[in-house]
Design a protein around this ligand. Structure first.
Ligand code: SAM
Length: 263
């Protein structure tokens, strides 16, 4: 469980999760990391090289080589723009997407919330809408998110003033950790596609339904496999809607699933 406290000098906010203490000394603004950092970095380097090679051909080449160079520059620029849009998403539009996901829920201010694959603190947005317990689970994969660590999640929570209400746990979305029907809301933002098999993704959806209270709602956003989640939730008896896109790149869509009421 969490506890927020001041160090002896009273200057440095700190927070404890279990036995570990997080000191927030160097950052003044929360940082939610870059999604798929390896892919983005490779994309920027290869497109940059493409632009340089194409420009060289345009400069030095004649006839076909000149046109080929122009084509290489053009294609590299388009692909570079894709990489830049993903950086823009991570730094700017992720917050807008988070708020749009949270807007699909009718909050009463007392919900307990589970964020599946929370990364560096997407659950913080939820903690601002409820006074209930907000729990994030993650495997803290460095491939999926830069500097992905529980301490960074909690450091963001301290900076945003919600550390006393959130918990972060190292847990796999496919496994059973929580009792039946213990959350009022479950959210998840591009996480479930990282589970490598359809069976595993289905298992994660069943787990989400299992921990939701009857009649309550899960809102899952992802840029792929949304139809799979839709089918898995429907198979678990939920009322499901595949909602509109909430972002251009990555092209995030939202699945909203409501667990049936007890009869
Ligand atoms: C692209 S990041 C998104 C993080 C965060 N939801 C956000 O929007 O910034 C995907 C996250 O899912 C986590 N993840 C991947 N597979 C998981 C699994 N099986 N169980 C729990 N978390 C997982 C990764 O560690 C990573 O933090």
């Amino acid at each position: 469980m969490l506890e927020r406290r001041r160090d002896s000098g009273g200057q440095v906010p700190s927070s404890t999760i279990g036995k570990s203490t997080i000191h927030v000394v160097s950052k003044s603004a929360p940082d939610y990391g870059l999604d798929a950092p390896g892919i983005v970095h490779k994309c920027l380097i290869s497109r940059g090289l493409g632009i340089c090679a194409g420009a060289l051909l345009v400069w030095r080449g004649h006839h076909i080589l000149l046109w080929l160079g122009a084509l290489v520059v053009l294609v590299s620029l388009v692909l570079l723009a894709k990489g830049l849009l993903i950086i823009y998403y991570a730094k700017v539009s992720k917050f807008r997407c988070r708020d749009r996901i949270l807007d699909f829920i009718e909050w009463n201010g007392q919900e307990t919330v589970l964020d599946v694959g929370t990364g560096r603190g997407l659950l913080i947005g939820a903690a601002k809408r409820t006074t209930g317990r907000v729990v994030g689970i993650d495997l803290w994969s460095q491939e999926d998110l830069s500097d992905n660590r529980e301490e960074n999640t909690m450091a963001n929570a301290v900076l945003e003033g919600v550390a006393d209400r959130i918990e972060a746990h190292n847990q796999n979305a496919q496994h059973r950790h929580f009792p039946h029907s213990c959350f009022d809301v479950v959210i998840s933002n591009p996480c479930l596609h990282n589970i490598p098999t359809p069976r595993g993704r289905k298992q994660a959806c069943s787990e989400i339904v299992r921990v939701l209270k009857p009649g309550e709602v899960a809102v899952i956003s992802d840029f792929t496999a949304c139809e799979e989640y839709e089918r898995a939730f429907a198979a678990s008896g939920c009322q499901v809607a595949l909602l509109s896109r909430i972002n251009f790149l990555p092209p995030l869509r939202v699945v909203r699933a409501q667990k049936p009421q007890l009869r």
